[in-house]
Design a protein around this ligand. Sequence first.
Ligand code: ATP
Ligand code: MG
Length: 604
Amino acid sequence: MTSLRERTVLESWPRIRKRPEELPVRPHLLDYEATRAAFSWEAARAGLTGLPGGGLNIAFEAVHRHAHGARASKTALRWIGKDGSRRELSYAELSAEALRFASALRAHAVTEGERVFLLLGRVPELYVAMLGSLSAKCVVSPLFSAFGPEPIATRIRMGEGAVLVTTPELYRRRVEAIRAQLPSLRLVILVERGETRERPPGTIGWSEFSARGEGAFAVPPTDPEDLALLHFTSGTTGRPKGAMHVHAAVLTHYVTGLYALDLHEEDIFWCTADPGWVTGTSYGVIAPLVHGVTNLVVEAEFDAQLWYRILQDEKVTVWYTAPTAIRMMMKLGAEAAKGYDFSRLRFSASVGEPLNPEGVMFGLEAFGRPFHDNWWQTETGGIMIANFAATDVKPGSMGRPLPGIEAAIVRREADGTVRVVDEPMVEGELALKKGWPSMFRGYLGEEERYRKCFAGDWYLTGDLAKKDEEGYFWFVGRADDVIKSAGHLIGPFEVESALMEHPAVAEAAVIGKPDPIAGEVVKAFVVLRPGFRASEELRRDVLGHARKRLGPVVAPKEIDFRDGLPRTRSGKIMRRLLKARELGLPEGDLSTLESDERPTGAAP
Ligand code: ATP
Ligand code: MG
């Protein structure tokens, strides 16, 4: 369909055409429209096994069903430690360890529905404890291991945690002092390495705990609607919310693993996210295991050369990462990736923040494959909108809804109802038709807030977007971050993407700054690439570029150069904090703040 409307700055990037017949593996989703038309959640259920007595349990689908049969001795987890040490667990081994953990929970009188908190780095025990707790029908809440005492205490208190699995170091440094504030916590299990020093009172060692468990444990009947996971949101826009997820979510993990990540039996899959963030659980644990692939876990934090070496040496075929890491690699330039062999990499995807067109293209330049942006939230539990292996990529677009997902652009009316916007590229709130399996079932302790997320059949995401004639969605910005200037609604993403096109710019974030005439004007915070120095001349040059690309109304009026931008532990730029500081307002909840100073060290 052709249209006479003007194309946006983002749309000016050339489309990446796919030739599916040339791809090394035949993608699961070849014909987008036909796959969508034929799809039903009921039929997709055939890809899962279900518990012997009926019902659905995430851990059973992820590991136990593979533990006897063709995949029993296949590597499920390939773990690479910080010091380069390795550990491999086959499906049979991972299943047995998880069942032992589940049985040990019972032996310690932990019952169905009780909450198990995980405060661990990416160590094998994290995966065993998560799958074990789900097997025992406990509710799992993974936390970032870098959280300080206050965020830990708040979350365990909110979630009424009964069990905590952590390490002796983390316990001493972060938990011991707040233990008295956590009366619900009955059992603290410490994952010890090497010599055991004297154990703090009120804790038990992993081995001692496990010794009371047995290898044989039958996963109890699990209703698909039983609670499984409690995930706290990233806290990008305010105080983190506790999103509650049920065992039925595994069907979304299965379907999105199939269509959005295109997982095939022989894949070596690497999701770089930490399980403290929903991506690291849905796709760092569940989806790859459900598909029976080999799931790579890297304990170390981001380091470009390490990552390139891992992609090469481990022969990673499918890679799922985040814009924050992609920007860090871009900062070093595609040159830094030369000399590595990425020929096994078949598909790479990104989530968490909008992926600038520059980022998509960097994938092509550095790895020979574009990054495929996809969109979802803690609340959605799994990928909702994606660029697919076999379909054209429009750089700067987050792609199209997954089979089984209906997405629309809507406007909220004064009477509380919503109206679907049909005109192409008109912005509104991104909404999803209720009822996909991994939809959150509540915000912990915030019923009213949960209710307000819905209008009729729609779940309202709080993100603004547009949809083009071909059904591709384009992210505009979070509703909270949108700037209103001289009667225009300005989305930060497009402005930031235009700034990123400038050769000196490594990262950019924009906010609205109050202005007596325009209401708000756009102010940009820019991090420069190595080799560039902040100067008045450079400022004028970047502003000039932005004005040329965006026009005078939308382009920033002011630019501040910074060494880094504030970001969450999941790697997201915190525009609200930039704004609060700019305006001298209270900084709000900082429990998920990762770093202010440098964009390195983030845990994407
Ligand atoms: P909080 O809700 O606590 O403010 P958060 O929204 O960042 O934090 P998450 O659930 O981790 O918490 O992130 C989901 C949000 O991340 C989305 O609503 C969206 O704003 C952003 N996001 C994720 N993926 C993309 C993407 N591909 N493009 C644009 N934005 C994205
Ligand atoms: Mg959110």
